[in-house]
Design a protein around this ligand. Structure first.
Ligand SMILES: [Fe+2]
Ligand SMILES: [Fe+2]
Length: 128
């Protein structure tokens, strides 16, 4: 579960709001995986699709901000966005009828950890 704290703030309100929205997606996926709903895998896939679309918007807007502020884009920043995309793209290819609970759980952990680590380790450094 992701809980917003001041330590996540990059000091730009618009970016913080977008990150809070990404937290909400992460937590929705967390809740889905912890539910007993029969169509849990389908719900999770649909939410991951929405998260991926939102991240596309967020990543673009973040990079635009960096450029607008004349900051240098950190070397691993865009590759890290792409690593997330690639993982989600692969996940969206999964067959909901075949995927196991463990696989879904691992995907959820990847998403939650990626969001946490990316904001704390890259986005924050980027806007320092
Ligand atoms: Fe980023
Ligand atoms: Fe970000």
């Amino acid at each position: 579960m992701l809980e917003w704290e001041d330590k996540y703030s990059v000091g730009i309100e618009e970016i913080d709001v977008q990150h809070k929205n990404i937290f909400a997606f992460g937590n929705k996926i967390w809740n889905i995986i912890h539910s007993d709903d029969a169509d849990r895998n389908h719900q999770m896939k649909a939410e991951i699709k929405r998260l991926t679309e939102y991240c596309e918007y967020h990543f673009n807007s973040e990079i635009e901000y960096i450029k607008k502020m004349n900051l240098k884009i950190l070397d691993n920043h865009i590759p890290e966005h792409n690593r997330f995309y690639d993982k989600m793209k692969a996940v969206l290819e999964y067959d909901c009828e075949q995927v196991t609970f463990e696989e879904c759980f691992d995907i959820m952990i990847f998403i939650v950890n990626w969001i946490n680590d990316h904001i704390l380790e890259l986005d924050k450094k980027q806007f320092e």
